[in-house]
Design a protein around this ligand. Structure first.
Ligand code: FAD
Length: 438
């Protein structure tokens, strides 16, 4: 009989990891603090949706579960920008045929938990972890039970109980940062039984210091998310009456408001949530390790939180196979090697907020994008835009970040000259020199 593995947190990452470990022959149990959503009254169709892309899809395929998830995905081919007058501009995400997918978080989570159960994983709901003994490998739960295992994996999200416990151990580093913006979800109902907006796009209303986005759902609704400062003017704090909300949406998001006649009611009945980045290291202690948001929570602006967590799973499994499932070697190696990529996507995600809310409608940005598309067309193998490296490739995030900075430098240099004739060979030569460290 192979080792007994306890996973804390049956969220997206924990349940995917459980499926794979069980299929590899381990004894796997998952402990989840929430109650079983199948037995409680959760309206799965109304919960928020996420953008699933290549890095997330590959591990789902590895687990053999992608086929059952694929029918629920809605492809989004690019960004559809809405300006204040309601004019639309389309920006593809990548080359023709490249797209990201909108998926319901609740539906995806449920499919993963069910796949884990079908594979033979024991999923124990109403098990809130409150303590871990890292020397004896024992987890303690709020209901009084204690469980001993050969390996403990903490996939218990951004406010991980296991990570909190690690904070009391020697030489464990931890930092957290809340950005000044929060978010609120709003719903666009179907219009005459059809989508209120074109469904195969991620819609963005960039407005400088704040923005609204909308992703489609299978029930023909759109979930909109308003990313907005907590304080200042305008802000969550400054919109204190229904009239304030109505005039704010009328001014900045007129076309979206027309699709949400109950906007003021929604605004005051839906919660306002904060956005956090957490970093910590090392991710392991003895025979315990953190994966997903528990190890590295990031802001959602690159749509990579879940995707990077799923990629954690693939890399962890591949490394474990290479090292013959020797946990004492795997945990320190995984923790040391994956950290730089988690830091890189954390930085990229913070930066993408500025790009989405400030730049996507800006003429200089569009000129830059056009130039970049031309370079890519001429040198498709050598010049891959940063968004594509992050979203449509397996390149380590740290390498994507490094190459993206070089691309920016090369384009800055070119755009700062008045040269009207674009010497593409010169651009690519400069890029290649800098890439090699020149
Ligand atoms: P979680 O999904 O948070 O799961 C953790 C699980 O652990 C939960 O089930 C929780 O109940 C359980 N748990 C917590 N504490 C305990 C405990 N003490 N004992 C037992 N169980 C416990 N990512 C993308 O890739 N694409 C997107 O488009 C995207 N959009 C986002 C939009 C928003 C507004 C936000 C906030 C995030 C978004 N993300 C997105 C990020 C994504 O939601 C997370 O990265 C992802 O959910 C992380 O998965 P996880 O399994 O690590 O953690």
């Amino acid at each position: 009989m192979k080792d007994k593995i306890s996973i804390v947190g049956a969220g997206l990452v924990g349940s995917l990891l459980a499926v794979i470990l069980k299929k590899k022959g381990f004894q796997v149990q998952i402990f989840e603090k929430r109650s079983d959503p199948r037995k409680s009254n959760v309206d799965a169709g109304r919960s928020i949706n996420l953008a699933l892309s290549h890095r997330g899809i590959r591990p789902l395929k590895l687990a053999g579960v992608f086929e059952s998830i694929e029918p629920y995905l809605i492809p989004m081919n690019g960004r559809m920008m809405h300006d204040e007058s309601g004019n639309l501009t389309f920006q593809p995400y990548g080359k023709e045929g490249q797209f990201i997918n909108s998926v319901s978080r609740a539906q995806l989570n449920q499919l993963l938990v069910e796949s884990a159960e079908e594979a033979g994983v024991e999923v124990l709901f109403d098990h809130k972890c409150i303590d871990v003994d890292f020397d004896e490998n024992i987890i303690e739960f709020e209901n009084g039970s204690k469980v001993a295992s050969d390996l403990i994996i903490g996939t218990d999200g951004a406010f991980s109980a296991i990570r909190k416990k690690l904070q009391f151990t020697d030489r464990f580093n931890f930092s957290q940062h809340y950005i000044e913006h929060g978010y609120k979800e709003l719903c666009i109902e179907p219009n005459n039984n059809d989508f209120g907006l074109e469904p195969n796009y991620l819609h963005i209303w960039p407005r400088g210091n704040f923005m609204l986005i909308a992703l489609p759902n299978n029930d023909k609704t759109f979930t909109c998310t308003l990313f907005f400062p907590f304080e200042g003017s305008p802000s969550f704090e400054s919109l204190s009456s229904k009239t304030d909300v109505d005039s704010f949406f009328e001014k900045y998001f007129k076309d979206a408001k027309e699709l949400m006649p109950d906007i003021a009611e929604q605004f005051f009945s839906n919660p306002t949530s904060s956005l956090i980045t957490t970093k910590c290291e090392p991710w392991h202690k003895n025979r315990s390790i953190l994966l997903g948001d528990a190890a590295h929570a990031i802001v959602p602006f690159y749509g990579q939180g879940m995707n990077s967590g799923f990629e954690d799973v693939r890399i962890f499994i591949e490394m474990s196979e290479e090292l013959n499932w020797n946990w004492d070697e795997i945990l320190p190696k995984y923790s040391a090697e994956r950290k730089k990529d988690a830091d890189a996507i954390s930085e990229l995600a913070l930066h993408n907020f500025i790009e989405m809310r400030d730049h996507v409608g800006d003429p200089t940005f569009l000129k830059r994008k056009k130039l970049e598309a031309q370079i890519q067309e001429k040198y498709p193998k050598e010049w891959i835009p940063l968004y594509s490296m992050v979203t449509f490739s397996d390149l380590p995030y740290s390498e994507a970040l490094r190459l993206g900075k070089i691309q920016k430098r090369v384009m800055d240099e070119f755009l700062s000259t008045d040269d009207q004739n674009i010497d593409f060979q010169k651009i690519i030569d400069r890029f290649n020199t800098l890439k090699k460290g020149g």
